[in-house]
Write a protein that binds this ligand. Structure first.
Ligand SMILES: Nc1ncnc2c1ncn2[C@@H]1O[C@H](COP(=O)(O)OP(=O)(O)OP(=O)(O)O)[C@@H](O)[C@H]1O
Ligand SMILES: [Mg+2]
Length: 296
């Protein structure tokens, strides 16, 4: 908190937002009376189980869908009242997206993919080329600019996705399960990168996930359940807690630890007794663990 002096103005204001889908005779209340103010530069995570309404909320925030009632203000402007044309222009100028499935154009190189948002904004060819190259360097892909998506790993493709979202310096970036297809090590890389880039440019980053560990990268965690906002709390980003990040990596890569019941925080052992117990456990193979448990 102290190292990243937070500017405190509200960039996104959600007011009494509800979304009801009608499917045949049935009504699905996907969002119910959501109220939420998001501040400039905040990294905020919306967490909830599958079907809780996360993507629906993101779609309303980004103006991809209209609310049934209530409204979304961005920079004080009521985007819920915009026409489709106004929304499209607004998104091009102010919003970037990162998707779970990367959504890169398969026939285009990394460099061409990253240039896309700049083409829509009418940036000259030379300037786009320069900006896209800089963005790809920023995400560590200087050596892969001429590669097409199918010539890159999942993590590299998502880094192209990040470069594309950030290249035009939008005020807000929305990411829906951005690491859903990545392993833990790559997830850490990608999350760190997104948090770092949004902090450097004071951009607001809104992440949607069902994964508690991903949520830990945010400055603020908002929980929704059955379309209702049930919790809203500040958080110290995992990007500022390298020891906890390391523990997360070890949990994932160590098959024995993976089977251990996790405390609520997934905390590492604190007392010498606990530490001893853990190191003894580590000498067992996963098979030993299973035998031990079934014998209890
Ligand atoms: N276009 C639609 N028409 C009808 N119902 C919908 C539509 N989109 C979403 N829903 C319903 O709204 C609810 C919330 O869906 P949403 O996609 O927002 O969930 P989610 O939290 O993003 O889930 P997941 O983690 O699986 O992506 C679900 O019950 C879903 O079936
Ligand atoms: Mg979803």
């Amino acid at each position: 908190m102290k190292t990243h002096a937070p500017p405190r103005e509200v960039i996104i204001s959600v007011q009494h937002l509800s979304k009801i889908y009608k499917v045949g005779a049935e009504r699905v209340v996907a969002l119910h009376n959501i109220n939420l103010d998001i501040l400039t530069g905040q990294v905020i995570c919306i967490i909830g189980t599958s079907g809780s309404g996360k993507s629906t909320l993101l779609n309303q925030l980004a103006g991809l869908e209209k609310p049934t009632s209530g409204k979304v203000l961005i920079g004080g402007r009521n985007i819920s009242a915009f026409t489709e044309d106004q929304l499209a222009r607004f998104r091009q100028r102010h919003i970037g997206f990162i998707f779970q499935s990367y959504n890169l154009m398969p026939a285009m190189t990394a460099l061409e993919n990253v240039q896309m948002p700049l083409i829509f904004r009418g940036v000259s060819k030379q300037a786009r080329n320069k900006a896209a190259k800089r963005a790809l360097k920023e995400v560590g892909l200087a050596e892969r600019m001429r590669h097409k998506p199918n010539q890159m790993s999942g993590g590299q493709q998502q880094r192209v996705g990040i470069a594309r979202a950030f290249v035009a310096m939008p005020r807000i970036i929305f990411a829906d399960e951005p690491t859903g297809n990545l392993d833990t090590r790559t997830t850490i890389e990608v999350m760190r990168m997104m948090v770092r880039m949004s902090r450097e440019n004071n951009q607001t980053l809104v992440i949607v996930t069902h994964d508690r560990e991903i949520a830990e990268y945010a400055d603020r965690i908002v929980t929704i359940r059955d379309g209702v906002l049930i919790e809203d709390k500040l958080n110290k980003s995992l990007a500022d807690r390298p020891e906890d990040e390391q523990a997360m990596l070890e949990r994932e890569t160590d098959p024995v630890r993976q089977q251990e019941p996790q405390g609520e925080t997934g905390a590492t052992p604190s007392s010498p007794e606990q530490e001893k117990a853990t190191s003894e456990l580590e000498e067992y193979s996963p098979e030993d663990m299973r035998e031990q448990r079934s014998g209890q």
